[in-house]
Design a protein around this ligand. Structure first.
Ligand SMILES: Cc1cc2nc3c(=O)[nH]c(=O)nc-3n(C[C@H](O)[C@H](O)[C@H](O)COP(=O)(O)OP(=O)(O)OC[C@H]3O[C@@H](n4cnc5c(N)ncnc54)[C@H](O)[C@@H]3O)c2cc1C
Length: 401
């Protein structure tokens, strides 16, 4: 089979590895518009379950990803000046550039052609002309998807709050949050390590806080200096690192949640962020993109002689599997958009409800009461069952996908 993959992000590279392993006679080319080693973003998080799936898909790249990752078990929240520590589950962080480098090396070692600085203009590009399968792994702004946006049923919902994705020289050993109250409202960030030298730091606030503090017009250097001052107790005097934009405004964005109804069109199939995005605050987009690749490789193996059936089965399976992550992502984004609702609680209670932000019940129950029910549910099996029963029903009723 001749396979053209557009986009050398985690989804496209990992799929090329899986398909080449599945059948070394496949001719696979990955076209990436950026130069090798240049990518957006800092580190990304994932949780232990992903490594098991990666090991099943390709033990070599799974081992390389595990070796290049850092891990933590604790959570820390600084609310105003008060620190609360929560002993939690193991989380992992890996530099985005490092992960892409590992996946690209593995793909090349298996015989995949990875072509950098090679943008694909659209579905009619000559590079795609004789491919049996075209994979649109070209991210949220996918040109392949946009060319047939009606067919794919593309829909975007833009989040209310501005956010900025930064690096820092402080190396965090726990997943850390800081919430600061300013005269223009709350501003908060979360940070986690992804290497021995760097951590990721994502900052977010309500639009009124953003304009009130002047962050909407500030040059990047001034913006970083102000954020370093606001979060000095979290950063311990370390610097925040942006995109080196000098006097240009910093790159604040509003998150766009993408959903699509159909995932393939003829021989072209959507993968990863080209098909769906989930709010960054659940830290799942890369995991979901890699799981898409595993599911697509599976479907192609199960239906070797019927591309349409394979692509239909893949889309159906992944749309169903994604429902809970999409619901969690919406609820998580809304939790932050409604932050003042939770900031009157004692910091340890606020932190406990931050951990519950995916709950479909939480928006409907006063936070103090929810906290008490949740504590009691931890002790009483009947209440826990009621929570489990009611939660998904409310989620389905409020988020029809
Ligand atoms: C602030 C923030 C924090 C995040 N944190 C996490 C996290 O902690 N954990 C997590 O799992 N996920 C996180 N994510 C999400 C994650 O970054 C994405 O979900 C993931 O990168 C999707 O992978 P992908 O391969 O589908 O797309 P991408 O990584 O976007 O890759 C697409 C690739 O296609 C290339 N491309 C685009 N158009 C063309 C073209 N026409 N021709 C050739 N190449 C093209 C691009 O250059 C890019 O390299 C975060 C996202 C944001 C915004």
């Amino acid at each position: 089979m001749k396979i053209a993959v557009v986009g050398g992000g985690p989804a496209g590279l990992y799929l090329s590895i899986l398909l080449k392993r599945q059948d070394p006679s496949h001719e696979i080319a990955v076209y990436e518009r950026n130069a090798a080693g240049s990518t957006y973003g800092w580190g990304v998080t994932y949780w232990a379950g992903l490594l098991d799936k990666l090991r099943a898909g390709d033990p070599e790249s799974a081992a390389a990803v595990a070796d290049a990752s850092v891990t933590w078990t604790d959570g820390l929240a600084i609310v105003r000046d008060e620190r609360t520590v929560h002993r939690g589950d193991a989380g992992f962080g890996i530099g985005r550039r490092r992960m892409l480098g590992l996946l690209a090396d593995r793909a090349a070692a298996l015989g995949v052609e990875v072509a950098y600085e090679h943008p694909i203009a659209g579905p009619d590009a000559p590079e795609l002309a004789d491919a049996d399968l075209v994979v649109a792994a070209d991210g949220v702004h996918s040109v392949l998807r946009e060319a047939h946006a009606d067919h794919y049923g593309t829909a975007f919902a833009t989040g209310r709050n501005p956010y900025i994705w930064l690096g820092t020289s402080k190396v965090f050993d726990s997943f850390s949050f800081a919430f600061k109250e300013t005269e223009h409202g709350w501003i908060w960030c979360y940070a986690y390590g992804f290497s021995g030298e760097r951590s990721t730091c994502v900052v977010e606030c309500a639009p009124g806080t953003w304009t009130g503090l002047g962050l909407d017009t500030m040059a990047e250097g001034d913006c970083l200096a102000l954020l370093e001052k606001l979060f000095h107790d979290l950063l311990d005097g370390h610097e925040l690192i942006g995109r080196d934009r000098g006097a240009e405004p910093a790159q604040w964005l509003r998150f766009r949640t993408l959903t699509t109804r159909a995932w393939h069109h003829g021989r072209t199939v959507l993968l990863g962020d080209a098909a769906h995005t989930t709010h960054y605050s659940i830290g799942a987009g890369t995991t979901l993109a890699l799981e898409d690749a595993l599911a697509l490789a599976d479907a192609l193996r199960s239906h070797p002689d019927d591309l349409d059936t394979a692509l239909t089965a893949y889309g159906r399976r992944r749309r169903a599997e994604l429902v809970s992550a999409q619901s969690a992502a919406r609820l998580s984004a809304q939790w932050y958009e409604n932050l003042p609702r939770y900031m009157g609680l004692e910091p340890d209670r606020m932190f406990a409800l931050l951990g519950q932000r995916h709950s479909p019940l939480l928006p409907y129950v006063p936070p103090q009461l929810y906290y008490r029910i949740d504590r009691a549910a931890g002790r009483l099996e009947a209440l826990r069952r009621l929570k489990r029963w009611l939660g998904p029903r409310l989620a389905r009723a409020t988020h029809r996908v």
